[in-house]
Ligand binder design. Sequence first.
Ligand SMILES: [Zn+2]
Length: 264
Amino acid sequence: MTTTTAEAHLRVNRFSETGAMHWVRLQLAYGPRPAGSPAARKLSARLHSLLPHSRYEAVPGGLRNVIGVVPGKDRRDVIVVGAHYDTKDIPGFLGANDGAAGTAILMELARHLTPGTLHPTLVFALFDGEESPDDTPDSEFEQTGLRGSKVAARAYRHARAMILLDFVGNANLRIPREASSDADLWAELRDAAARVGAASAFPPATGLDILDDHTPFEALGVPSIDLIDFDYPCYHQLCDDLSHVSGKSLDEVGETVRALLPRL
Ligand SMILES: [Zn+2]
């Protein structure tokens, strides 16, 4: 019998699992982070201070996206990598996977890519207000949620592609193609996953059609994919905490996206 470390189970190591877990813990230390709360405000300032070439993007209702940029060889060729940093407004809800995991992978990617090495310019967009306010019915989610991504989609409507990281940290990660996600881009993602040894996380199946932060980009014609394991049992439940985040899953997604970006 041989043993392997968690960091070494994939074929490559261009993305740090340890680093990604650090970003999850950093966010959870702020407690629940619903849009517009003091905790979300403080967290956004922290993330702003840690992203390259960062700026805020105002969102109606006093909210704000945090945008970071890693310039590529071509400043006009833009690929957006997105995640939401707000959490569902449920008392005590930490959103370890639903929000924090995607944000963690985004932070780790943005801080370790060398400017000028890839062709496209990468825009790392942390959305505020993905979650709808708790006094609005789920049936009105498309109108009341996705608040930050609606603003960012208009700003980056000429982007060549959009990659959304949502529920990407749960154990036994299995992410089928979200039904509205661009099929060609998804095929590129699965190729990248196979190259790094993470194919099992992206089975050859199509899942549900999900309204998410990629939806406003799709509506404006930007080819988009949503990485979301919607079978997550703690979806909008108090058990969405650190114990339900797997470093291995973060690493599988981080290495996969890191391998995808140079091929786009
Ligand atoms: Zn949610």
